[in-house]
Design a protein around this ligand. Structure first.
Ligand code: AMP
Length: 273
């Protein structure tokens, strides 16, 4: 595995890569969710490139950018064991420039849900992903369904900007308890972790209700709110796969999304119906 920190070195090496290139962008503190993306890329491509970059522009003032878990040494070791071909770990100053040209996330779908209380979050996400796409020039890029709105917006960016990159959506990896893996789970105390299980419990309950034939969103939402009551609920929303809000669930075309705070930690999860 080659670890590359310098963007010019990456550009040179990329010129000489042959075959299909798969790309897995991450912010590090790698867990089994990330590994599932890497595994898929390894299976489907000749070369797999993983990036680790804690992207400052997607954090808002006062968010956890400074304290976001950084585990470069352990992450390098994991990538090596996964037989990643290139691990790209750029510096902030090489990625961003003063008064630079930058992309704006679409108005309607970026300022709802994850973007409602974090209005510039998706501008930052698309900005860095587009830069990484230009540097790495992947044929295929892998994103988790756990960040469903991010996945939708990245697919939209690829379409809107005519990028020739296939986006592969990877299922959410969970602990046996049901808790979706996330780098931010590290912030959870033992007690918080137990409380956080209510998130996946509420999603499972929702799935059961739908199986019983309940499709009305107001009823499903009320049931989920009841389960999530002990937590600080930011939103429970139902959307179609284009992120339009819906009043009735349609199988194969709906997503239920949850954002809560457990203690001081903000967690998100979802279920694709
Ligand atoms: P992050 O490092 O949190 O920016 O995540 C990097 C990529 O891993 C994103 O595409 C995430 O959606 C994906 N990811 C994060 N957690 C999981 C998970 N539990 N299962 C599958 N993919 C995940």
């Amino acid at each position: 595995m080659r670890v590359i920190k310098d963007i010019h070195e990456l550009i040179e090496i990329r010129k000489n890569l042959h075959g299909k290139v798969g790309f897995v962008p991450t912010m590090g503190a790698l867990h089994k969710g990330h590994l599932s993306l890497i595994e898929q890329s390894k299976k489907q491509n000749d070369v797999t490139i993983v990036s680790i970059f804690v992207n400052p522009t997607q954090f808002l003032e006062g968010e956890d950018f400074e304290k976001y878990p950084r585990k470069d040494v352990a992450d390098m070791d994991i990538c090596k064991r996964m037989d990643v071909d290139i691990l790209f770990m750029p510096n902030h100053k090489d990625i961003y420039f003063e008064d630079e040209v930058c992309i704006k996330a679409p108005k309607n779908k970026s300022y709802i849900l994850e973007g409602y209380k974090r209005p510039t979050h998706f501008d930052g996400v698309l900005r860095v992903v587009l830069k990484l796409f230009h540097l790495i020039k992947p044929n295929v890029a892998y994103f988790g369904k756990k960040d469903a709105q991010q996945l939708y917006l990245i697919k939209k960016m690829v379409l809107d900007l005519f990028l020739d990159i296939k986006i592969v959506a990877v299922d959410t990896v969970r602990e046996e308890s049901g808790l979706a893996l996330s780098s931010r789970n590290e912030y959870l105390s033992h007690e918080d972790r137990k409380k956080a299980l209510l998130i996946s419990e509420s999603l499972k309950h929702c799935a059961k209700s739908i199986m019983k034939g309940i499709f009305r969103v107001d009823i499903l939402k009320a049931e989920m709110f009841d389960i999530l009551k002990p937590l600080d609920i930011e939103y429970v929303e139902f959307v179609d796969r284009d992120f339009n809000t819906i009043e009735s669930v349609q199988k194969q075309n709906s997503i239920v999304l949850v954002a809560v705070k457990v203690g001081t930690t903000r967690l998100i999860d979802n279920l694709w119906i």
